[in-house]
Write a protein that binds this ligand. Structure first.
Ligand code: FE
Length: 193
């Protein structure tokens, strides 16, 4: 019996994190694991692919019971965009479907935030965020008439972590906890997943 892709990824990442790797290792070995997961878009169950008409959706796919990591499906309808926000833990963003544009922002001397070049994330590619180097960004669906989906992996339970959104002009910070849109997570032991 073939094991599902999501279960394989969760097992491999849990095994990697068991060795308490540096962020550099997470962003090399862990990134490869995520690249494998998103290589072929044939495993994410339909209920975790559904866009919301007003705002992007965050569906929890798996949360490590020891809060070492979480795996989330982000689903973007056309034109949907995040506010300027941070994460406070390392993160890897794997493009599964469609295309997203991400811009890293850096705080200036006057307190405001300015973007450096934005990048387009194509299916199969993985981008990163890190509180040590580049943790504050804006992400949007780059497609005008199509849903985009990315699989996010964080070094904590991202839906339960208190983090912040920022006003790019004044730099004012507002704390928030994102939570998740779903009440039921996927069955990792269903071989189709
Ligand atoms: Fe983000």
């Amino acid at each position: 019996m073939q094991e599902g892709k999501l279960l394989t990824f969760v097992k491999e990442l849990a095994t990697l994190l068991e060795s308490k790797p540096s962020e550099e290792i997470v962003f090399s070995k862990g990134k490869k694991l995520l690249e494998n997961l998103i290589q072929v878009d044939d495993w994410l169950p339909e209920e975790f692919c559904k866009p919301h008409p007003q705002h992007y959706q965050q569906y929890l796919l798996y949360a490590d019971p020891l809060d070492r990591f979480s795996v989330v499906s982000f689903v973007w309808g056309p034109g949907q965009k995040t506010p300027l926000h941070n994460h406070t833990v390392w993160g890897m963003i794997g493009q599964l479907r469609g295309q997203e544009r991400s811009a890293d922002y850096y705080q200036q001397a006057d307190g405001s935030y300015k973007a450096d070049e934005s990048s387009l994330c194509q299916p199969g590619r993985v981008a990163t965020v890190s509180p040590d180097t580049h943790d504050i960004h804006v992400v949007e669906n780059a497609l005008k008439n199509q849903t985009s989906i990315s699989i996010h992996v964080y070094g904590g339970n991202i839906g339960r972590i208190q983090r912040a959104v920022f006003d790019p002009i004044t730099g004012a910070e507002k704390l928030f906890i994102s939570g998740y849109a779903n009440s039921v997570t996927p069955n990792l032991w269903n071989t189709a997943q």
